[in-house]
Design a protein around this ligand. Structure first.
Ligand code: V4E
Length: 226
């Protein structure tokens, strides 16, 4: 049996004092402000992030971001479309703890054949972390202001991280087969926001790793994960 998973398609952007005015002009609705503390986990050898898998705990819940299998589709796009698509990331976001544990076990088994791991525990029981040799390698707090373009199903977040970096993101969540539609919505929103530039904007983790784990950051760059 296979079921369709949602994919989170995102484009990061740099924002400034004028961005709030622009959001008002394009009729984005202010949803509110929240604060959350993220803790990211990996093995000491970074086996997850080197596979572009991002395991985190946010507000007491576990989340795993994994790459999607649709990267080859960009080949069928026109020049302009593929340029716009290159500015976006797409990840499956898994929030069921048993499913997360299964996916992590698959990786751990790959790198350590004799690893015995059990899955199935509550969000609060963290014994599975040490069994899978997972340690926290990054943690920071974010203050997020969220806006929505309701009819388009687009969310716009303005994030301020506690280590002195701020970044915006335009996000659309779609079933796995609808990534092209999400990319188009993001492109339309980017135009409305007046976003220029054809360089990917760094996310919070890029900046965090550059400062706190420069060797791992360099490795992720060299294998094109960041
Ligand atoms: C996927 C990923 C990481 C995990 C954190 O993802 P991100 O979207 O940056 O964080 P956040 O707080 O905005 O999550 P949300 O609340 O939207 O779920 S860390 C690095 N990556 C990969 C990655 C990449 N290769 N390039 C860019 C521009 N961003 C992230």
């Amino acid at each position: 049996m296979s079921f369709q998973m949602n994919v989170e398609v995102e484009r990061k952007f740099l924002f400034n004092a004028d961005t709030l005015k622009t959001l008002e002009e394009i009729k984005a609705v202010y949803v509110g402000q929240r604060q959350f503390h993220d803790q990211y986990f990996d093995t000491p050898k970074f086996d997850l992030t080197l596979r572009d898998m991002w395991l985190r705990k946010r507000k007491g819940c576990w989340e795993l971001k994994c790459p999607t299998a649709e990267a080859s589709r960009t080949k069928r796009m026109s020049g302009e479309q593929s340029k716009a698509a290159a500015l976006c990331t797409r990840y499956k976001e898994i929030t069921s703890l048993p499913e997360i544990q299964l996916r992590v076990t698959e990786v751990i088994k790959d790198v350590c054949e004799d690893q015995e791991t059990e899955t199935g525990s509550s969000d609060q029981d963290e014994s599975w972390l040490s069994k899978m040799n997972l340690v926290c390698f990054a943690e920071f707090t974010t203050v997020r202001r969220s806006f929505t373009l309701e009819e388009e199903g687009v969310q716009i977040d303005l994030d301020q991280a506690d280590f002195g970096y701020h970044v915006g993101e335009v996000e659309v969540v779609v079933p796995e087969g609808n990534v092209q539609a999400a990319l188009e919505k993001i492109e339309t929103t980017a135009r409305k926001l007046g976003l220029t530039g054809d360089q990917r904007v760094e996310g919070k983790m890029n900046v965090y790793l550059k400062r706190n784990h420069p060797e791992h950051y360099a490795k992720l760059l060299s294998v094109h994960i960041l």
